[in-house]
Write a protein that binds this ligand. Structure first.
Ligand code: ZN
Length: 503
């Protein structure tokens, strides 16, 4: 088969080549799930072969050895395999290698290494060891989620960072706009209470809930009942993949779907591989409507026809989140949009999966900002109170059901008198109090009022007098300006009433 690169794919490969020419030896190619990462890898390998270079393509799972080998065969790339007992044709100039086997037997003599799923390099001694022995020669990592801690960390024996540079092939949003991926609608009807659930560092170096503990919070009959009822309401009959908290949770979800008469199956890593393949085939043939798992299908599994994703695994890991959602964003005939039913509270904390991400290799140093998610520039979405559709921040009317939440007014009417909304002074931090006071002082200064005006207004705002605060000024926020407006209205009404009573 002829290898046809899309323009952005060709441009990314060009950037990597230019990087090599300007002495970047170890480069990371970021390319979202569904952007044709394997095609770009094939392009790279072909390019290296044209220059007479010998290439090793390293992967960390047996399944990926098979997949890559099949892709190379399809595009007519002669290659050998180095993977345990499947090792064959080691004399070839392109070798698809399992990192575990290569770490044991040593790297074959090659000029160039490509690493798939390269976000795993940071946390892997095997990978780092290979890169160190290969020092001085070019390495290209491929990843749809290069957010692992330490991917850009400095190592003395490498004489520089693990990966020196990131090349961005495309973003999820661009791929959707260009029709290479489909957009998704997200509903978030319910979520487990995650307070007090322990977090541990995952294999990518991110903090996340542990599988066991997350099950405690999520694996409850009423929550599963909610998953089933919302699927009937919003996604009935569509091919659906479920990501559950753990194996037991996944099995319980499948039981409830079956009890409701839906063809559902659970798979996990303990099934034998034939059984698993058969289960996936039944799903592809649409004999099964719902396939449920805990983490097995998050990486490397492809089912473009799959339209609906049920997110039942609460996670704080951006890598895991994007891997899961990536499963349903592939285009397929008759599929305009994917549907995500979030029963995990993830979308409201990590944002839309289609948001642009802060892309930078982590240098392993402690950060002032806590995590990638907190660096996101885009504000977080909110669920529509009426239909639970996840709306972008600042969108008032629900695009799905048209519901308009009532704007919270700063003034309410009680016993015929306007009552100002008051902040709870006990819940406000010292900083919030100082900000409010400074804004009121600034307003007083603009209007030519005395500082006493600000003190009284502050008392109306918090119910207490300002104490221990500086007399600094700060431009009033929109919220504060609105509050002052409503206070002015209240005071005016009060005066009106007083005058009437006096008359
Ligand atoms: Zn709505």
């Amino acid at each position: 088969m002829e290898l046809e690169l899309r323009p952005f794919q060709a441009a990314a490969i060009q950037q990597l080549r230019e990087g090599l020419r300007t002495d970047y030896l170890r480069q990371m190619l970021y390319s979202p799930t569904g952007s044709g990462k394997t095609i770009m890898a094939t392009g790279l390998v072909k390019g290296a072969r044209l220059k007479g270079k010998r290439v090793a393509f390293l992967v960390n799972r047996v399944q990926l050895v098979e997949q890559t080998s099949a892709t190379f065969r399809r595009y007519g790339i002669d290659h050998g395999v180095i993977q345990g007992e499947n090792t064959r044709r080691e004399y070839e100039n392109v070798l698809v290698c399992s990192i575990q086997t290569v770490a044991r037997r040593g790297l074959p003599n090659v000029d160039f290494i490509v690493i798939d799923e390269a976000h795993a390099v940071a946390g892997s001694k095997d990978y780092r060891g290979i890169i160190e022995t290969f020092s001085g020669k070019p390495v290209i990592g491929l990843s749809a989620s290069p957010f692992s801690k330490g991917l850009g960390r400095h190592y003395d024996n490498l004489g520089g960072p693990l990966f020196e540079r990131m090349v961005i092939a495309s973003s999820i949003r661009e791929l959707i706009d260009d029709g290479y991926l489909v957009d998704c609608d997200i509903y978030a009807p319910s979520e487990p209470d995650m307070s007090g659930i322990k977090q541990v560092r995952n294999k990518f170096g991110e903090m996340d809930y542990s599988d066991m503990d997350v099950g405690q919070a999520a694996d409850k009959p009423e929550l599963i009942g909610d998953i089933v009822s919302h699927w009937f309401k919003l996604a009935r009959g569509t091919p659906t993949v479920v990501f559950a908290s753990n194996i037991a949770h996944s099995k319980h979800i499948v039981e409830q779907f079956k009890a409701a008469g839906v063809a559902a199956e659970h798979i996990d890593c303990y099934d034998d591989s034939d059984e698993r393949r058969e289960a996936l085939k039944r799903f592809e043939r649409r004999e099964t409507t719902i396939i449920s798992n805990s983490a097995l299908l998050a990486e490397g599994w492809d089912a473009p026809f799959c339209e609906t994703l049920i997110l039942a695994r609460p996670t704080k890991s951006l890598i895991r989140y994007l891997q899961m959602v990536g499963r349903v964003l592939r285009p397929s005939e008759g599929k305009d949009k994917a549907l995500v039913l979030d029963h995990s509270g993830t979308v409201k904390t990590l944002g839309f999966p289609t948001d642009d991400l802060p892309l930078e290799l982590d240098d392993g140093k402690p950060k002032q900002t806590k995590s990638k998610t907190e660096e996101r520039e885009e504000p977080l979405p909110k669920a529509c109170p009426s239909c639970s559709y996840m709306k972008p921040a600042k969108v008032h009317q629900c695009p799905a059901c048209g519901f308009m939440p009532e704007k919270k007014s700063d003034v309410e009417v009680k016993d015929g008198e306007l009552v100002l909304m008051r902040k709870d002074a006990k819940k406000a931090t010292k900083m919030e109090k100082q900000d409010a006071y400074s804004q009121l002082l600034a307003y007083a200064a603009i209007k030519g009022y005395r500082d006493g005006w600000a003190d009284h207004a502050y008392r109306d705002y918090f119910g207490v007098w300002p104490k221990g605060l500086r007399k600094s000024t700060q431009e009033p926020s929109e919220e504060m300006s609105n509050w002052i407006k409503s206070r002015n209205i209240r005071n005016a009404k009060r005066r009106e009433k007083e005058l009437k009573n006096a008359a």
